[in-house]
Design a protein around this ligand. Structure first.
Ligand code: PHE
Length: 462
């Protein structure tokens, strides 16, 4: 198979470090700070976390590496890449990935709006009263504040629109000036702040119980739904199977070590999630909150945590600002693959592509998430499933893993093995020992593992 000559006048990342931070800035987001604690709470703690880490290592990393290889080799968007590789029928992989991105954006933009609203509340001191209240009352007030944010008539939509506009502006600034510069400066600060929150969490009376919940697994809590959700989270977290890592990979420098980049991103991402868990769950147990309380978990616990810290208002502002930034950067990486594809055809300019994608997200996102919207009340397929559940589960548990299988099949079976070898070893200069192992993992282990989880979830394999 011959790779067509790709003439590249495209922008790209300037250094190896920039490749790491940009890929990480896609991985780290609401997934760590909002979704990870919510799901860990719902699915029983440690056993879910171990399961998620298992899938991150054995399915997330290999799919990420496959995406990097395809992106860097072809230097084009996640759909056309398969054409450049001479496998046009595999373009479906990129289509599924991009659909996954859009599905995620429909709800992600709304939750990011809630975070933006909390930035305002933290700055204006709306939670000040909480610090002097008895536990129960503090908890009730904090829940009321959250309900007001999500139930407002126009408020939630305007916030969502604000987030979408911010994302569009950064994307208009372009890859290097927008994504790279932001991620390099802000990721380390976010990490530091989460570390402070986690340390504060550990001084709470509920810390021991929280640590037990987070780290002592109870195997009886594992079932096929938990396993499927843990795998879905691994894909969602690492932005694997979505075409995002293909798109970012296409901006990587030739000297980036694709394998170690993927491993470093994965480990950093897991650490960030665990830190968020250590910050949040001690508060849950101290205040006797329900770990299974769902999407409001982050928004109810964090104000309670900061109400107990000297200068809590200031730290809380910083926390939500950074969470807002992480959410925004992950959103950039969700929109970028779609924009990169739409604008590659030369029919649309990059800015028009950004405008069209943003409008789509705003309209569908509004209908899906707005509490007053009629669409929000529809129960899909006669099941107890809202559009939010549909987009959420559909993307993480199905679209991304299925695309993940196809990405690994492409690099493992369809791509000329010398090309795969050259990309993994940077033309024979590194990873010589890792290569044969990785090849087996990508050809057999990863796709089979994902398939087994699916068959198990739909009851074919017990
Ligand atoms: N990984 C991001 C997060 O955890 C979400 C995401 C998924 C981003 C898929 C890009 C692609 O928040």
């Amino acid at each position: 198979m011959k790779i067509k000559n790709v003439v590249s006048e495209r922008e790209g990342f300037s250094t190896k470090v920039a490749s790491y931070f940009s890929s990480l800035s896609s991985a780290v987001g609401l997934g760590n700070i909002w979704m990870f604690p919510v799901l860990t709470g719902l699915f029983g703690g440690a056993s879910f976390i171990f399961c998620y880490i298992f899938f991150a290592l054995l399915t997330g990393i290999p799919v990420m590496v496959s995406e990097y290889v395809i992106g860097r080799r072809t230097r084009t968007n996640a759909i056309d890449a398969f054409g450049v590789l001479g496998k046009p029928y595999m373009k479906i992989t990129g289509v599924l990935g991009l659909m996954g991105c859009l599905f995620i954006l429909f709800f992600y933009s709304s939750v990011a709006g809630w975070v933006y609203s909390y930035i305002g509340k933290a700055i204006t001191g709306e939670f000040k009263g909480i610090s002097n209240m008895p536990l129960d009352q503090a908890n009730t007030v904090s829940q009321e504040i959250f309900n007001n944010v999500i139930n407002g008539l126009m408020g939630p939509f305007l916030l969502q629109l604000l987030v979408i506009t911010v994302v569009a502006i950064v994307l208009i600034l372009g890859v290097k000036r927008g994504i790279e510069r932001l991620s390099k400066t802000l990721m380390p600060v976010l990490f530091l702040l989460l570390l402070i929150c986690a340390i504060k969490g550990l001084t709470q009376p509920g810390a021991a119980e929280a640590l037990k919940f987070l780290f002592v697994p109870d195997i009886s809590k594992l079932n096929s739904t938990t396993i499927l959700t843990a795998m879905g989270l691994a894909f969602f977290k690492l932005s694997a199977g979505s075409g995002t890592q293909t798109t970012y990979g296409s901006y990587f420098t030739g000297s980036t070590n694709l394998v170690s980049n993927a491993i470093q991103v994965c480990i950093s991402d897991i650490v960030v999630s665990i830190l968020a868990g250590i910050a949040i769950f001690p508060v849950v147990f101290t205040f006797h909150l329900n770990p299974e309380s769902g999407p409001g978990l982050l928004f109810n616990t964090i104000p309670l945590l900061f109400s107990k810290i000297p200068m809590g208002g200031l730290f809380m502002t910083l926390f939500f600002v950074l969470t807002g930034i992480a959410a925004t950067m992950a959103m950039l990486s969700l929109v970028e693959p779609v924009v990169a594809f739409l604008s590659s055809k030369k029919l649309l300019s990059r800015n028009t592509a950004i405008l069209i994608t943003s409008s789509l997200i705003a309209v569908v996102g509004f209908l899906t998430m707005h509490q007053g919207s009629y669409v929000n009340t529809i129960q899909l397929f006669g099941l107890n499933m809202s559009f939010f559940d549909f987009f959420n589960n559909g993307s993480s548990n199905y679209l991304l893993p299925i695309a993940g299988i196809l990405f690994s099949v492409t690099t493992g079976w369809m791509m000329d093995s010398t090309i795969f070898h050259d990309e993994i070893t940077n033309n024979g200069t590194t990873n010589k020992k890792v290569y044969p192992i990785l090849r087996i993992v990508i050809r057999y282990l990863t796709p089979i593992l994902i398939l087994v989880v699916f068959l198990n979830a739909i009851g074919i394999l017990k």
